[in-house]
Design a protein around this ligand. Structure first.
Ligand SMILES: Cc1cc2nc3c(=O)[nH]c(=O)nc-3n(C[C@H](O)[C@H](O)[C@H](O)COP(=O)(O)OP(=O)(O)OC[C@H]3O[C@@H](n4cnc5c(N)ncnc54)[C@H](O)[C@@H]3O)c2cc1C
Length: 418
């Protein structure tokens, strides 16, 4: 078996993996990226629509154009990249950290490493996740798979389709399917409000007269070999109104019903998973509960914008380099999601250092406020124009801002949305 010694192995060559690897290499440490696909870029490669990079590059790019900028930087760095390589396993003992990657060209490769960065993204929830009854014909796709088939493989998944889920991926696929000549008969959304950005509702649905059914669910799928139609049931106060159900004829169903961090590898080695994000529990330095093992990007928590993935992953890369430099972090205390907050990342903060947080709320509200408390005492408050569960919120707390640290208290930092 081929053996490679390297300071850091980055698992995944998407936007998170590339950004983290570049920062680590910049500090003079040796880095290898292992990427399962035959090119880097990850999910960006199939997102040929515009809307990427407004924060990071201050210009509007397509997914592949955004990826290309990072691929060029990786290519001109000292980072070693293994394409077509899947990291299968990681072993950690008190003294050693080892990872095993498998590829057709190299067979099994053993990496002896000091640090690992999980940057292996997320996967889509599917029909099983939402438990839709009915037959099991062909013609049912997750939206991301349909996007890949259309944008990268050159297939048309169906001629008459219904999209389930009004998040940005569902909306973008409704428009994409229309552009390739398919008739999009409806977008079905279980919530009483659209999950995606307003601009996407206008540009992807309204501009093409695609009906959006809010507070509706798919009751049953019909068809033996191929999808023939679906039953749609309205909800009133969350209760199905079966007597008001109606049928839509279609030959395909695109499911855009959420993304889940791909955390199997992390779980396999005993890393604690946050049940709210499905990604690892991490400290302020984005290090998991196991020494030298870090996580960033969609495997940590699902992000809306690639720019946030890049920002978080660059920071992760700097923390990895600090770890390799034996820089000792300051004392840390727990963070916790309070009223109306679904999750808060990271799970620890340091009062003496700058802290960056990401969270999602559980409510839709105009003119909300984000309130941060430590030991019950308010330390900062921020106004938010509009909040909704599908839009990630970020905020920072500079080092020194939290002053009431006390040995008598647990010093937990709590974030509420009011
Ligand atoms: C369909 C879709 C549309 C989007 N549209 C927008 C948009 O319009 N604007 C915007 O700003 N953002 C958008 N985003 C969000 C943003 O692009 C993503 O959040 C971001 O690119 C994710 O980066 P990542 O590196 O964390 O994950 P990924 O891009 O998923 O990268 C993970 C990589 O890890 C590899 N991998 C997985 N497991 C292994 C393993 N065991 N071994 C080796 N490699 C492995 C995968 O092959 C993949 O290349 C969209 C996301 C999706 C899914």
């Amino acid at each position: 078996m081929k053996e490679i010694k390297v300071d850091t192995l980055v698992i995944g060559g998407g936007s998170a993996g590339m950004a983290a690897a570049l920062e680590i290499a910049e500090r003079g440490f040796s880095v290898t990226i292992a990427e399962r696909e035959n090119s880097m870029g990850g999910i960006l490669n199939q997102c040929i629509h515009n809307g990427f990079g407004l924060h990071h590059f201050k210009e509007e790019l397509s997914g592949p154009a955004y990826a290309e900028k990072f691929i060029d930087m990786v290519d001109s760095s000292k980072i070693k990249v293994f394409l077509d390589m899947t990291v299968m396993d990681i072993e950690q003992t008190t003294d050693d950290l080892t990872a095993y990657g498998l590829s057709r060209d190299n067979g099994m490769v053993k990496f002896s490493i000091k640090t690992v960065v999980f940057a292996n993204g997320c996967r889509e929830r599917n029909r099983g996740s939402i438990g839709t009854p009915g037959t099991r014909p062909s013609g049912i796709f997750t939206a991301g798979l349909a996007q890949r088939l259309v944008n990268m493989e050159g297939f048309i998944p169906g001629k008459e389709c219904v999209v389930v889920g009004s998040g940005d991926i569902g909306l973008i696929m409704a428009r994409r399917m229309t552009w390739i000549g398919s008739k999009v008969k409806a977008v079905i959304e279980i919530q009483p409000y659209p999950a995606g950005l307003t601009r996407n509702i206008v540009q992807c649905l309204n501009d093409f007269d695609i009906p959006l059914y809010l507070s509706h669910v798919v009751g049953e799928i019909h068809g033996r070999d191929r999808v023939e139609s679906i039953d749609v049931i309205p909800l009133e106060n969350g209760v199905e109104q079966k007597d008001k159900s109606f049928n839509i004829k279609c030959d395909s169903l695109l499911l855009a019903v959420g993304l889940v961090p791909d955390n199997e590898l992390a779980q396999k080695i005993g890393i604690t998973i946050n049940p709210e994000t499905n990604g690892p529990v991490v400290n302020r330095q984005l290090m998991t509960g196991q020494n030298g093992i870090f996580a960033c990007g969609n495997v940590l928590h699902v992000h809306d914008l690639v720019d946030f993935v890049t920002e978080e992953s660059e920071r992760c890369g700097r923390y990895v380099a600090d770890y390799l430099d034996n820089k000792k972090p300051a004392d840390q205390y727990k963070t916790t999601p309070g009223k109306n907050v679904k999750y808060l990342v990271p799970n620890y903060y340091s009062p003496k250092e700058d802290n960056k947080f990401y969270l999602r709320t559980m409510i839709v509200k105009n003119r909300a406020e984000l309130v941060v408390k430590v030991n019950g005492k308010e330390i900062t408050r921020k106004k938010l124009n509009h909040i909704q569960p599908s839009e990630m919120i970020s905020f920072s707390i500079p080092g020194g801002k939290v002053e009431n640290i006390s040995e008598l208290h647990n010093n937990i930092l709590e974030v509420q949305i009011v």
